[in-house]
Design a protein around this ligand. Structure first.
Ligand code: FES
Length: 142
């Protein structure tokens, strides 16, 4: 069975067989599922980095997320319905894909690149908890 995959931003439609990996279908058609430089920073389809995230509509057009993808989605896709990892999703029906679906590039949702995995210098120096914000109070009674 052949399904139609339409890429909204690129205004391009490709036809793929049932259960075709979406990332591979993109790349073999000259379409880039990654935002700018995302492919360089990617895990190359292992389902860890999130740089290949796309938005799919309807959800039934892609396979049900398996364990690795479901784990990634549970921590990254709360505010964006239809978000999928193209490297983990298989085409199971006609679907419309939005690449780089967030206003932020998808790779910035990764905990490392978004800065959420990086502690501030104050936190590191304090051994965990962040230090209180600096105060403008000079302590003088002028
Ligand atoms: S390429 Fe890394 S999660 Fe898809």
């Amino acid at each position: 069975m052949v399904f139609r995959v339409h890429f909204r931003r690129e205004n391009r439609t490709i036809h793929v067989g049932s259960d075709t990996n979406l990332r591979k279908a993109c790349l073999s058609s000259g379409l880039d599922p990654y935002p700018l430089l995302g492919g360089l920073l990617s895990c190359r389809g292992k389902g860890f980095c999130g740089t290949c995230a796309v938005q799919a509509e309807p959800a039934e057009g892609l396979s049900t997320p398996e364990r690795r993808e479901a784990r990634w989605l549970s921590s990254h896709a709360r505010e964006l319905p239809g978000l999928r990892l193209s490297c983990q999703a298989k085409v199971t029906g006609d679907v419309t894909i939005t690449t780089s679906p967030d206003s932020r590039p998808a790779w910035r949702q990764h905990t490392f690149y978004s800065g959420r995995a990086v502690r501030s210098w104050e936190e590191a120096a304090a051994g965990g908890e962040s230090a209180p914000a600096p105060s403008n109070d000079t302590g003088s009674d002028n």
